[in-house]
Design a binder for this molecule. Structure first.
Ligand code: HXC
Length: 521
C-alpha cells in the first residue's frame, strides 16, 4: 500500500507532467516547423514580450470537447492558444498568444472562451490586452461554434474600445472574419514576410475577380502598411514586433481612467534650438520635413511614428515633452505639400480619437495648403472623410496645443485644431500664413476683372500677389482677433510647449451628455 506522502508526490508529478504536455503544444516536429519559417512559438513570444518570469498562465488544461470529423483524436491541452497575464516594465498586462502548432492555431469554442476570459478580467482590472495572432481562422471542424466564438471576441473588443488599450500583433495567417478582431483594436503590428491579413484569400479572389495574387501581395505586411493603412507598424521579425509593443505601451495609460506614465527626462526643459528659426524655407513653395521639427522639440529627440508609410502627407505618433506623453499630429509639407486628403484625414482622425480616449494630450503642428482638389477625392468622399478629422478634433477634450509653422489655409485651418474648435493654446511662428487660400488663387478670384483689364496681365497679377502676401501672409491679422494666442520665436518652441502642457495638466472640458456621437464614418 502507498503511503499518503507518496500519493501526494504522485499527484504533484501528475500536475507537472500535464503542464509539460501543455507546453509541448502540437509537438516537437511542429515546433521545429514553426522555427524553420523564422517564427517563434506562442510561448517563446510571450517570454520575449513580458518581464522575465512574470507570466502566469490560465486555462493551460482547457481543450475542445468535439468529436466532429475525428477531432477527438486531436485533443491538445490549451486548445491552440496560450493565455494569461504578466508585466511589461512592471505594468500589468493580459496577453493571448495563438499556437499555430496546434490545429493551425484555429479558433473554436474553448480557444475563444479562453480569450474572452482574459478580456473580461482585463476590463475589470483596467489593463491593456495584447493579442499575438497566428491562426488559420475559424476551426473548420467545429463549424458555427467557431463563428460564435469569434463574435464573442468581437463584442468584447468593441466594449473594451476606449476603456483599455488593445494591441494586435499579426505573426502568421489571419484570414476571413478573423481580421475583424484586430481591426477593432487600437493598433496592428504585422511581421514582414510571415504574416498576412485578408477577408478572402488569393484562391477565392481568383475565382471571383480573376485577379492573381500571392498571399503576400494581397495582404502582406507591406501592403497593409503602405496601401490599405490596416497595419500601424511593420517589423522585420517576431522579436522586433514585440519590442514595438513594449515601446508603444510606454506611452499609454493602462486604462481610460489613468494618465499616461510620466517618464522623467534629463533633456532640459528650456533647451533652445537655434536651427528651428531657419527650418522653414524662405520660399513658401519649398518643402521641408516636419519630422525634423518633431525630433528637435521632443525629449531626447525620440518619436514613435505610427502609420509611417501610409498617408505620408500627415504625420502621427508619440513623443514626450518634459516627461509627458504627447500625441503629435503634423502636416508634412515634404509630401504633397502637406495637403489633407481622404487617407490623411482618416489616419489622423483615428489617432486623435485614440489619444482623446486615453487622456493623451495633443500637439498639432500645422503647415497645410488646404484640402486636396480633384474628382478622385470628391468621388472617394473627401467630404465625409475630411469631416472625420474635423469631428475628431472638435470632440476631443484632452489638452490641445497648436503650432502653425507656415500655411494654414482654408477649411484645413479650421480643421487642424484651430482656436474655434477648442484649441487650448494656439501658437504661430512668425513665418505663419493664415488665409482663406494661397495668394495666387485669391488674387485670381478677387481681382479677376482687374487682371483681365491690365495691359501686362502677368505683371499686374504678380503685383497683386505680392501685395496680398504682404498684407495677409502673416500671423498678425489672426492674432489681432485672438485666433492666435501668441506668436513665438521658433527656437523657444520646446519650452513654450512644455509650459503649455504643464498648465493644462488638470484641464477639465466636457461634451454634452449623449449615448455617443454620430461621427461621419
Ligand atoms: C482547422 C486548420 C485550419 C482551420 C489550418 N488548420 N487552418 N484546422 N481549421 N481553419 C490545420 C491544417 O489542417 C493543418 O493540420 C495545420 O493546421 C497546419 O496547416 P497547414 O495548412 O499545413 O499550414 P500552412 O501550409 O502553413 O497553411 C496555413 C494556412 C492554411 C494558410 C492558414 O492552413 C489555410 O488556408 N487554412 C484555412 C484558412 C481558412 O480558410 N480559414 C477559415 C477562414 S474563415 P494537419 O494536421 O493537416 O497538419 C474564418 C471565419 C471567421 O476564419 C469568421 C469570423 C466572423
Amino acid at each position: 500500500m502507498q503511503s499518503k506522502e507518496d500519493l501526494r508526490d504522485k499527484k504533484i508529478r501528475e500536475l507537472y507532467s500535464l503542464l509539460e504536455k501543455a507546453y509541448q503544444g502540437g509537438g516537437q516536429n511542429r515546433i521545429d516547423e514553426q522555427h524553420s519559417k523564422g517564427k517563434l512559438t506562442a510561448r517563446e513570444r510571450i517570454e520575449v514580450l513580458l518581464d522575465k518570469g512574470t507570466f502566469r498562465e490560465l486555462d493551460a488544461f482547457a481543450h475542445h470537447h468535439s468529436s466532429q470529423f475525428g477531432l477527438d483524436k486531436h485533443i491538445y491541452l490549451g486548445d491552440g492558444v496560450v493565455t494569461g497575464y504578466g508585466t511589461i516594465n512592471n505594468r500589468k498586462v493580459f496577453v493571448y498568444s495563438q499556437d499555430f502548432t496546434v490545429l493551425g492555431g484555429s479558433l473554436a469554442s474553448e480557444h475563444g472562451r479562453k480569450i474572452c476570459k482574459i478580456m473580461d478580467i482585463a476590463m475589470k482590472i483596467g489593463c491593456p490586452i495584447i493579442g499575438l495572432n497566428d491562426s488559420g481562422g475559424a476551426r473548420v471542424q467545429e463549424g458555427v461554434i467557431s463563428l460564435g466564438a469569434y463574435a464573442d471576441i468581437f463584442l468584447r473588443n468593441t466594449l473594451a474600445s476606449g476603456v483599455i488599450p488593445q494591441i494586435s500583433v499579426i505573426m502568421g495567417p489571419c484570414a476571413g472574419g478573423a481580421v475583424y478582431s484586430p481591426a477593432i483594436t487600437d493598433f496592428i503590428i504585422m511581421v514582414k514576410k510571415t504574416s498576412y491579413m485578408f477577408v478572402t484569400g488569393p484562391k477565392v479572389v481568383k475565382t471571383v475577380t480573376h485577379e492573381d495574387f500571392t498571399s503576400e501581395e494581397l495582404g502582406g505586411a507591406e501592403v497593409h502598411a503602405t496601401k490599405s493603412g490596416v497595419a500601424h507598424f511593420t517589423a522585420e521579425n517576431d522579436i522586433e514586433a514585440l519590442e514595438i509593443v513594449i515601446k508603444l505601451l510606454s506611452y499609454l495609460p493602462s486604462n481610460n481612467a489613468e494618465d499616461p506614465p510620466f517618464v522623467p527626462t534629463s533633456d532640459p526643459y528650456d533647451r533652445v534650438d537655434e536651427s528651428l528659426n531657419y527650418i522653414v524655407p524662405e520660399n513658401p513653395n519649398h518643402p521641408y520635413d516636419m519630422r525634423d521639427i518633431i525630433y528637435k522639440i521632443a525629449d531626447n529627440g525620440e518619436f514613435l511614428e505610427i502609420h509611417k508609410d501610409w498617408a505620408e502627407n500627415i504625420i502621427v505618433g508619440f513623443i514626450r515633452l518634459g516627461g509627458r506623453s504627447i500625441g503629435v499630429v503634423a502636416n508634412q509639407p515634404a509630401v504633397l505639400a502637406g495637403v489633407l486628403d481622404i487617407n490623411s484625414s482618416r489616419k489622423a482622425g483615428r489617432f486623435v480619437r485614440f489619444c482623446d480616449c486615453f487622456n493623451i494630450p495633443l500637439l498639432v503642428l500645422v503647415d497645410v495648403p488646404g484640402f486636396m482638389p480633384g474628382a478622385d477625392q470628391e468621388w472617394g468622399g473627401i467630404i465625409t472623410n475630411g469631416a472625420k478629422l474635423l469631428y475628431a478634433f472638435c470632440e476631443a477634450t484632452v489638452p490641445k496645443v497648436t503650432v502653425i509653422t507656415r500655411k494654414a489655409y482654408g477649411g484645413a485651418y479650421d480643421v487642424m485644431n484651430s482656436k474655434h474648435i477648442r484649441g487650448d493654446f494656439n501658437f504661430a511662428w512668425p513665418t505663419a500664413e493664415l488665409a482663406v487660400m494661397g495668394a495666387k488663387g485669391a488674387v485670381e478670384i478677387i481681382f479677376k476683372k482687374e487682371i483681365e483689364k491690365a495691359e501686362d496681365k502677368e505683371k499686374r497679377q504678380q503685383e497683386l500677389i505680392d501685395e496680398f502676401n504682404e498684407r495677409f501672409a502673416n500671423p498678425y491679422i489672426s492674432a489681432s482677433y485672438g485666433y492666435i494666442d501668441e506668436v513665438i520665436e521658433p527656437k523657444f518652441t520646446r519650452q513654450r510647449l512644455i509650459d503649455a502642457f504643464n498648465l493644462l495638466e488638470n484641464k477639465i472640458d466636457t461634451n454634452p451628455r449623449k449615448k455617443h456621437g454620430n461621427i461621419p464614418l
